[in-house]
Design a protein around this ligand. Structure first.
Ligand SMILES: C[S@@+](CC[C@H](N)C(=O)[O-])C[C@H]1O[C@@H](n2cnc3c(N)ncnc32)[C@H](O)[C@@H]1O
Length: 233
């Protein structure tokens, strides 16, 4: 099965859709469907839905943020969203996919190998456990659909360089999640700089949040996952 509705990518004005990219996306789709029964990766399987609700959705934040050659950590990549899609469209970025589920991490390794992607690696660990080993290493930390805002910010904050950006691809509850933070972002050295509200593509409105790290984060963060979760809404 092949995809034809390329006009949906016109929503992303700063991307160039080359034949190589089109071929890689097709291959990505084929591998995803082939491996889905084994790894339980996604409930979205129709080709049009995967391209729009996974591939395109992983890229829309680039309308509000300039991607070039940054070093990026994608926390909880699952089937590779957004990290693998970013790598396909922005090959000069350097990406670490952090995925705590071993099976999914194995899928990501297979995907990277079969797509012949370079400058992208997989860590099958919890992001918070990498905090001090990879402290202030990344220009960008990004995450889609992994945890409530107060939890995901604490889990990944130490990985981010000072002046780096934490980008959260969130759903319609984002506004409430910001309220529930109760300034925890500022306490950790993060400030909300921009908010991008996108039209509903079937999952409700997408709200992308752009935080900037204005100072080093105190070493009490991240606390144990149990403690973070206990305090969360
Ligand atoms: C709902 S899936 C979302 C996957 C993908 N980002 C997407 O948008 O489709 C959440 C993923 O995050 C992973 N995950 C959850 N907590 C994590 C953590 N602390 N560190 C690394 N991965 C985590 C889970 O194993 C799961 O694969």
């Amino acid at each position: 099965m092949s995809f034809n509705n390329w006009s949906i990518f016109k929503k992303c004005k700063n991307i160039v859709l080359t034949e190589d990219i089109k071929n890689k996306l097709q291959k990505y789709y084929d591998i995803l469907i082939r491996e889905n029964t084994k790894y339980n990766l996604t409930r979205i399987i129709s080709i049009d839905d995967v391209y729009e609700k996974h591939f395109l959705d992983s890229l829309l934040f680039t309308e509000a943020f300039n991607l070039q050659n940054q070093k990026i950590a994608d926390i909880g990549s699952g089937p590779g969203f957004p990290g693998v899609v970013i790598k396909i469209f922005f090959p000069n970025t350097k990406i670490l996919l952090i995925e705590s589920n071993n099976k999914k991490a194995n899928f990501l390794r297979t995907l990277i190998k079969e797509l012949d992607l370079k400058g992208i690696n997989v860590a099958d660990q919890r992001a918070e456990d990498l905090s001090f080993q990879l402290k202030e290493t990344f220009d960008i930390v990004i995450s889609r659909a992994v945890a409530y805002l107060d939890i995901i910010l604490e889990i990944g904050v130490q990985l981010l360089k000072i002046e780096g950006h934490y980008i959260l691809l969130k759903g319609p509850r984002a506004e409430q999640e910001i309220i529930d933070l109760k300034n925890k972002d500022l306490k950790m050295g993060l400030k909300l700089e921009n908010k991008q509200t996108l039209e509903d593509t079937g999952f409700g409105i997408r709200i992308n949040l752009f935080y900037k790290k204005f100072q080093s984060t105190a070493s009490i963060y991240p606390r144990s996952y149990a403690q973070i979760k206990k305090e969360s809404k």
